[in-house]
Design a protein. Structure first.
Lengths: 577, 372
């Protein structure tokens, strides 16, 4: 695995003509980028995990897994993922059914509102819930204790239950989107024919609708499981303080405590390998389910589905939905914004205690936060731009070109989908900290490289979708008109896929702007990002400044989403930072 | 202008061979059609000539220039072959206006601005799109889009035009209109046209010469449309050029019968070439080459007898299905002629059949084609 000889071999095989034309250059470039940025880091993780002194060593792997703290992290990850998946599925299916199959008032608006949690970074949500529900100082706990004269706290957010609850709030849209989409595209004649046969609504739901929806429900649930299993932000903020670790937070703790010792990194790689394999299995199962689901129910046309009249339940269910949004979206956001204006954490929310001084301080005066904002900004911009361009190139080769060795690209292209952020960070550390002649550790470049690897999948998805819309004959017509391959790309293909490229750019830029999972393992003294700054401020007890900076992040996200809507007119699924 | 020569051309994708040893010479300035069933590789031939695909073996030359010859490592890229291509799905660039689409080949070839504008405008006039220069493709009908594609392929005065089923996405009326216009354009410009289609009507109407390909991509017959129609080399060509009736024939005591029955057949004297010597023969005839009369008209015993199973009124003609001793025959009756002769038949009625014109085929060869 030398990295230099690997990528050039398939490119040579691809050129079945004597000339070294555009096709060969494109293929070689895409293979090199994917191998260096994605494949080698991931392979290095497996290598480091399984090989000691040049020979495979399973015994040591088992020994590390049997250690109480790693074992517990594994167990916690599974418990949290299971809980989050369970509750997200129930909530997601219920609200999806409510907005697509009942006469709930303001259905369209409610549908959009249920997607808002997707755009909020969940670690900022966790921060807010910590302020609201921490056992000693949480606002809600204090208010309840005051009102009912209780001694102890009502809620303890620092628990597995707390982590599950907060993650559920921000992950349930995965299920919601899948199921509401499928419900809308489901052929209503399936239900109507059951009704004509004399089945009641309950029977229809149980015997027809639910079984038909099962693949979509399961697909959404698996996505939730995938994200939750490798999720860093929420457990980091709500768990570490009381000693609850999942896999990603354990990896972070090991590496930070030891200052990057080899044993720590090895433990990290072993845990990462488990994550990658689990994610791979989950994604594989999901693709099988989606295929099966598409077969059965979904006809491409959009149809008018059967609508259930809620009658007397109409108002109560509307109130329930609005309450849900208020509690999960509005309350945490307002909390963050208000706390961000306080003089010190703990004082009451009176006008005399609140001001914009904090905002001024972190935006203009404090070098650390100023740097963090600037770092996030240019890193996201740069990574989004580069990843968009490289993704276009690779997608072009995958979608349009008939070359040998393409299967390798296709495989490498889907690989990033199953590699969690923590794993990417670890792989990037292994690859770029001097072992192979390039040392980027503690520089902004290592974060940049990690972002490119992490978001490549987004770019490939968006660009491939755009390219598949461009029929081959459009490009061939240009060639027949006398254009060279490059000219055909410049004049025909690129102008036609520009919307897809722009979408790819924003799909990367916005999540990267508030990224935490990867950056937190890679940041150096001068290379904090916004996410890292919020996280470390919170760790250091600077709760107020953490909230102010979180307010800034939220503002940027809102503005960004509005800009995206204007440009692409499509919703952008959020990434869980 | 130039002719196109294919020598022993083969093309395989992996282990799957699409085309093997295809040799053909298309003459300068002629309209040559590849006619074949879908999946026979006729589009591949066009793509090989255009340079979108590479040959596995053989060679292609356009005019005096060899453009593909893998043995000598020659493969001119599409942009250096000076061909115009019109695709089945038009492939009009959706982000460019009609004018921008048509002028593009000239811009790429660095033709001077003034001249390019003039030539583009002229070509747009030639295909009848004047006044629509500033439209974007989505504002055009399918027929207009296909005209844009034609203009774009013509504007740079290519040596050869390659047309891949350009009419199959158009409705019937438009198809007929465009067919004439393509033929007309070719007469005016003298460009060599290679036309690929599975539609025998288009092929017969448009071609100077044509090649009939079978499902495995082998050339069955090459020639002028009327020659091929009148003298099909084999049963495949005969059946591919139109609806074909095949009647198994048996000769007993100097008389012809529908095989295995006592239904006598009156055959025209020695038409369609001499009767071959094979002992199991099949007579092929077109629906228009069969005359029907009521069995009661008296001369029934001299003709084959059958029963009219179904008669479908099509306007100018009636499509009849006849059961003649277990063999189904399709007969097209001219409505006007039938009415004038008082020959309007009812379903279920016994009829006498007279064949005007037959082609003789060997029953064994027919079975091999899977035709009977």
């Amino acid at each position: 695995m030398t990295g230099a000889s690997g990528p050039s071999a398939p490119a040579g095989a691809a050129g079945n003509g004597p000339r070294f034309g555009a096709a060969e250059v494109l293929l070689a470039l895409s293979v090199v980028v994917l191998v260096v940025v994605v494949a080698i880091p991931v392979l290095l993780i497996f290598w480091t995990a399984l090989v000691v002194d040049g020979s495979p060593n399973v015994k040591e792997v088992l020994a590390i897994l049997r250690k109480p703290d790693t074992y517990e992290a594994l167990r916690n990850s599974v418990v949290i993922a299971a809980g989050v998946t369970f509750f997200s599925t129930i909530i997601g299916v219920f609200f999806a059914w409510l907005v697509s199959r009942t006469d709930l008032p303001f259905k369209e608006t409610m549908k959009l509102l249920f997607l808002v949690p997707f755009m909020l970074p969940s670690f900022i949500g966790a921060l807010a819930w910590k302020m609201l529900l921490s056992p000693r100082s949480g606002f809600v706990n204090k208010a309840l204790a005051g009102a009912f004269g209780l001694d102890g706290p009502v809620f303890d957010i620092y628990s597995l239950g707390g982590i599950i609850a907060v993650e559920t709030m921000y992950l349930f849209p995965f299920v919601f989107i899948q199921v509401s989409g499928a419900l809308e595209r489901m052929d209503p004649t399936l239900e109507e024919s059951a009704r004509i046969s004399g089945a009641g609504l309950l029977t229809i739901t149980r015997r027809i609708t639910l079984p038909l929806m099962l693949p979509s429900i399961a697909a959404g649930a698996l996505l939730v499981a995938l994200y939750s299993l490798s999720h860093f932000g929420v457990p980091a903020i709500l768990g570490t303080e009381v000693g609850i670790y999942n896999i990603p937070t354990k990896i972070y703790e090991k590496i930070h405590q030891s200052g990057g010792s080899f044993t720590a990194i090895r433990t990290g790689t072993i845990l990462s390998s488990i994550l990658v394999v689990a994610a791979g299995v989950i994604l594989w199962a999901q693709s099988l389910l989606l295929k099966a689901g598409r077969f059965q129910v979904i006809s491409g046309k959009s149809m008018r589905p059967m609508v259930l009249k809620l009658r007397g339940l109409k108002v109560p269910l509307l109130i329930l939905s609005i309450l849900y949004i208020l509690v999960t979206v509005v309350l945490p956001t307002v909390t963050i914004v208000l706390v961000g204006t306080l003089k010190t954490y703990g004082v009451s929310f009176t006008l005399s205690n609140m001001s914009l001084d904090n905002l001024k301080y972190i935006l203009f005066d404090w070098k650390m936060t100023r740097d963090a904002i600037w770092n996030s900004f240019y890193l996201s911009l740069g990574a989004a731009f580069v990843t968009m361009l490289v993704g276009t190139l690779i997608s072009y080769v995958i979608v349009k070109m008939k070359v040998r060795g393409k299967f390798l690209l296709e495989f490498l292209g889907v690989l990033p989908f199953s590699v969690p952020g923590t794993v990417i960070a670890l792989g990037v550390i292994l690859m770029w900290s001097g072992k192979f002649g390039v040392n980027l550790y503690n520089t902004a470049w290592i974060i940049f490289v990690a972002y490119v690897a992490r978001y490549m999948a987004f770019s490939l998805k968006s660009n491939s979708a755009a390219l598949e819309q461009v029929h081959d004959s459009l490009e061939e017509a240009a060639r027949a008109s006398g254009a060279t391959h490059w000219q055909a790309l410049r004049d025909i293909v690129i102008p036609l896929i520009k919307p897809g490229m722009v979408a790819a750019f924003f799909l990367i830029f916005l999540p990267a702007l508030r990224e935490l999972t990867t950056s937190v393992l890679l940041y150096g003294p001068t290379t904090r990002t916004i996410g890292v700054a919020i996280y470390t401020l919170n760790e250091d007890g600077e709760t107020v400044y953490a909230a102010t900076l979180a307010t800034v992040a939220l503002a940027i996200i809102v503005v960004g989403q509005v800009v995206i809507k204007r440009i692409t007119r499509t919703t952008v699924p959020g990434d869980q930072a | 202008m130039a002719g196109v020569e294919l020598r022993e051309v083969s093309r395989s994708f992996g282990r799957h061979t699409v085309m093997e040893g295809l040799s053909l010479a298309v003459r300068d300035g002629e309209c040559f059609t590849f006619l074949g069933p879908s999946g026979c590789g006729k589009t591949v031939v066009l793509r090989l000539i255009a340079g979108f695909e590479r040959l596995s073996g053989g060679a292609i030359s356009i005019g005096a220039r060899v453009v593909s010859d893998p043995a000598r490592k020659v493969h001119a890229p599409p942009e250096r072959r000076n061909v115009g291509v019109v695709f089945q799905d038009y492939a009009v660039w959706p982000h460019k206006t009609v004018y921008e689409n048509v002028v593009y080949p000239l811009v790429i070839r660095k033709v001077a601005k003034g001249e390019a504008a003039e030539r583009a405008a002229q070509t747009i006039r030639d295909v009848g799109l004047s006044g629509l220069e500033a439209r974007l493709p989505y504002q055009l009908s399918g027929g207009q889009q296909q005209r844009v594609a034609l203009a774009r392929a013509l504007v740079s005065n290519p040596e050869v035009m390659l047309l891949d089923e350009p009419l199959s996405n158009l409705d019937a009326n438009l198809r007929e209109e465009m067919r004439f216009e393509i033929k007309d354009l070719q007469r005016r410009t003298g460009v060599t046209i290679l036309y690929v289609t599975h539609d025998q009507e288009v092929a017969l109407a448009i071609s100077d010469r044509m090649a009939v390909l079978d499902a495995r991509g082998r050339v069955r017959q090459v020639g002028a449309p009327d020659t091929i129609y009148e003298n099909p080399r084999d049963s495949f060509v005969f059946s591919f050029l139109g609806v074909a009736n095949f009647i198994p024939v048996e000769r007993r005591d100097g008389l012809d019968f529908v095989r295995g029955t006592a239904v006598p057949l009156a055959l025209p004297p020695a038409d369609g070439g001499a009767r071959p010597a094979a002992d199991r023969l099949v007579a092929g005839c077109r629906p228009t080459d069969i005359a029907l009369s009521p069995a009661s008209s008296g001369d029934a015993e001299r003709h084959a007898a059958g029963v009219l199973k179904r008669a479908v009124f099509l306007g100018a003609s009636i499509d009849c299905r006849i059961d003649a001793g277990g063999t189904e025959l399709r007969v097209l009756q001219d409505v006007g002629a039938a009415e004038r002769a008082g020959l309007v038949l009812r379903e279920g009625e016994p009829v006498a059949i007279r064949l005007h014109d037959v082609k003789w085929f060997d029953a064994a060869a027919l079975a091999k084609e899977g035709l009977r």
